[in-house]
Design a protein around this ligand. Sequence first.
Ligand SMILES: *Cc1c(COP(=O)(O)O)cnc(C)c1O
Length: 391
Amino acid sequence: MNSTTKLIHSIPTDPLTGSISVPIYQTSTFVQDAPGEHKGYDYARTNNPTRAVLENLIAELEGGQLASAFASGLAAIDAVVKLLECGDEILAVDDIYGGAFRLFTHIYAKFGIKVNYTDTTDVANVIDAITPKTKLVWLETPTNPTLKISDIEAIAAIAHQNGALLCVDNTFASPALQQPIKLGADLVVHSATKYLGGHSDLIAGLVISKTKELGGQIKFIQNASGAILSPHDSWLVIRGIETLQLRVFEHSRNAITVAEFLQNHPLVDQVFYPGLTTHTNHHIAAKQQKAFGGIVSFSLKTDTEAAANEFVCNTQLFKLAESLGGVKSLLCHPATMTHKSIPAEKRKAVGVSDSLIRLSVGLEDACDLIADLDQALSKVHIASGTLETVN
Ligand SMILES: *Cc1c(COP(=O)(O)O)cnc(C)c1O
């Protein structure tokens, strides 16, 4: 069966009433016939029927055995780290999501978990950096905001040889484009706030496990630590997932058009988009992804915060905001927004230059989006002096 048809029909209708929409079980507890005799649900932190529909749905979409839904993407990441013990090490991609960096560095370092960072776009770096204490390898691919691509299959093999688990943050690609478990990953996490929700109207996170055993451990942590997703937000994510395929492929189509426009613009320096053949690991992206996603980053030839500021304050359709993956186009300036807490040298070392701008290309008409970028770029030219200063 076609994957879209399968996706739409794997969301169950309500067996009790026939409701075509999944009911929102807004309850804290479930009445029991006798102590311990219930219908599979006893307390809503432990389990909730609405949340269970979402968890089963995402497990199927990612090709995993079990999934757990959390109150945010970071709560999902936090649950995975809790699989580790004091003295264990994580080996993570260097261009990691800022919130994951903060959690690893400022929370888990205190509990004796060490994190080493390496440029995972080159498999040789992973082989060099992995140690006997590495129990978890952490990838994002594509990364935020420079869209670096790592080879999931090759890195899964290295992790497993070393007795470590591989977790992939699949937020940027979504399961519509990439299924890390099928490529060897043990765990997948999502900020469902982004493409899975898809409408910029909720905060949510998911962990999907390859095996029942690992999934059981995550479920235990979900219940024990308690950062669960609410029934209403679970319902919103289910509704978002109904149109996931449609949205993500359209985001990708718009993004490649935008990336090609930027690549040919005289004021633009570098364009970061895995769909461009000039991207370092384009061939790996083409191997492991069905399309290249909706995020495009670029730097200006005038590589200053002032020039970037001039640009981001002059777009009309692209709204200046953190986050991504929604219907409406957004843009952000990582150096002064999402990556502000990272020291300038460290930030630049991973490719986040002063003028780098990240676009979350939405579902508006591509011609309108390009016209918007074009007029905002013309403002940069005027504001930052002359074209002559640009080489
Ligand atoms: C946003 C994001 C997160 C964090 O998710 P929240 O839902 O904001 O907690 C984690 N990873 C990536 C790649 C993200 O973009």
